[in-house]
Design a protein. Sequence first.
Length: 133
Amino acid sequence: FDMVRYISLILLIGLAWGQNTFYIELLNERDYPMFINKTGEYNIKAGKSMRILKMKGVTNSSKIERIDWKTKNSFYWSDRLRTDNYPVVSPSSYTRNGVGYSMVGLLPEMKGTMVTIYGIYQNQVDSVNIFIQ
């Protein structure tokens, strides 16, 4: 019986149990044609108009907490007169009962692109990849 290994295991389990595990997921509340492939990427069919989806971030904290949302790349839209940066996801949200939401808008012009969305909570980061077909 190795007491040091036993105590180390108890400490490791205790530390893992106490950590907040933050994760994000994409919600398809409007039932757009979408599937998740075997690598976990979301695949959504581009529409004739903007696809509106929702990001869900789970902090497992009972306090009101801030989640920041970012994309890996910048996206742009144009009305033929000017071109401007297009924010795919709302930049921040606050949680209630450990869950926070942010809106996502996918333009028809984004067809054929991959969007990586990051959720950032304290020192934890999670991401999802969305391929717009």
